[in-house]
Design a protein around this ligand. Structure first.
Ligand code: GDP
Ligand code: MG
Length: 165
């Protein structure tokens, strides 16, 4: 369980950042990781270790085993899946309350923006009440994992967070 997907994106000094990718099954996590291959240039000064820890219900209870030393949580959302946004919301707040994730920044990918009638980032932000999250830096980015659109912008935000502190 929990497949280590290490993407070496270049190493700058000893900078190494652990990223966990979470989200319900079918959100687009695997597709996003596949696209990250093309992000080497943008991120060549930073080395992100990406963990895709699976999203099926049975796996979600194991997420906390992977939290230690995590600097970034990438939460991938299927923006077409209105029915399960509540579940995502519950999982998000559970994670944010976890001690091991106290210092983690959260990047939310509102994926599948190419699909007509998908929820917008504004709708998702409101539903997840992101503006109420004061104790973690967070950012929401619309994307399409199939084309990669939006992914560089999300990763740039992560990069800006690594240099911010
Ligand atoms: N239309 C559309 N389909 C997507 C997008 N990202 C992923 N998918 C599809 O959604 C399904 C689940 O994607 P996958 O990466 O396996 O999700 P995971 O379970 O989170 O790893 C696959 O059929 C993907 O092709 C997207 O941005 N747009
Ligand atoms: Mg997958």
């Amino acid at each position: 369980m929990g497949q280590l997907i290490a993407k070496l994106m270049g190493i700058f000094g000893n900078q190494e950042h652990k990223v966990i990718i979470v989200g319900l099954d079918n959100a687009g996590k695997t597709t996003i990781l596949y696209q990250f291959n093309v992000e080497e240039i943008i991120l060549r000064k930073t080395h992100f270790l990406m963990w895709d820890i699976g999203g099926q219900e049975a796996l979600r209870s194991t997420w906390n085993k992977y939290y230690s030393k995590t600097e970034f949580i990438i939460l991938v959302i299927d923006s077409t899946d209105r029915d399960r946004l509540l579940t995502t919301r519950e999982e998000l707040y559970k994670m944010l309350a976890h001690e091991a994730l106290r210092d983690a920044s959260v990047l939310i990918f509102a994926n599948k923006q190419d699909v007509k009638d998908s929820m917008t980032t504004v709708e998702i932000s409101q539903f997840l009440t992101l503006s109420a999250i004061k104790d973690h830096p967070w950012h929401i980015q619309g994307c399409c994992a199939l084309t990669g659109e939006g992914l560089p912008a999300g990763l740039q935000w992560m990069l800006s967070q690594t240099t911010a502190n």
